[in-house]
Design a protein around this ligand. Structure first.
Ligand code: COA
Length: 145
């Protein structure tokens, strides 16, 4: 397994993994969001590959001046192809993200998880995440979904 920075050439394979995980076609706004993680100073993607095949990805972001800190890192999304789950790839990708964020000056990494996604919560706890001092709040804009 090789971990490396995500490139434009990887995007179709990352989209295919996302489609497999969500069991639906990947919408264009998701593809656009993904493409915004290539060659960016404050966003990044890392992929796990073997023989040029991408089988997992992680996306992260650096926020500036948010939450009372100078720089904060965010683990935005992580996805491992179902055939490769449970062999340490998610944990390795998270560590690669932490290392890259540290190189870019980030001391602390946050993430957010749906309260009813017990598997993701268990994964995050296993790799060392703990409750943050913040709570997420939500407010409707009034737009009908
Ligand atoms: C969650 C996910 C990223 C974990 O990646 P992975 O490569 O399968 O996990 P790892 O093998 O690195 O596991 C690391 C640790 O987390 C634990 N873990 C992983 N998945 C878990 C799960 N579903 N439930 C409980 N614990 C889990 C492992 O047991 C392991 O613990 P250990 O160190 O004691 O052995 C991956 O399974 C995945 O992509 N799931 C689907 C996510 C998804 O639906 N994404 C789309 C919407 S965000």
């Amino acid at each position: 397994m090789n971990l490396r920075v995500m490139t434009t050439e990887d995007l179709p394979q990352v989209e295919a993994i996302q489609a497999r995980l969500t069991r639906q076609p990947v919408p264009q706004p998701w593809k656009d969001m993904l493409a915004e993680h290539v060659d960016q100073e404050h966003r990044l993607g890392i992929v796990a590959t073997q023989d040029d095949e991408v089988f997992a990805f992680i996306l992260g972001e650096i926020k500036i001046g948010g939450f009372g800190t100078e720089l904060s890192g965010w683990l935005e999304l992580v996805g491992v192809d179902p055939e490769h789950m449970g062999s340490g790839i998610g944990a390795a990708l998270a560590q690669a993200l932490f290392d890259t964020l540290a190189q870019r000056g980030v001391a602390e990494v946050f993430t957010s998880v749906r309260w009813d996604m017990g598997d993701m919560l268990a994964f995050f706890k296993k790799i060392g995440f703990d409750q943050s001092p913040f709570i997420n709040l939500a407010h409707s804009t009034g737009k009908q979904e």
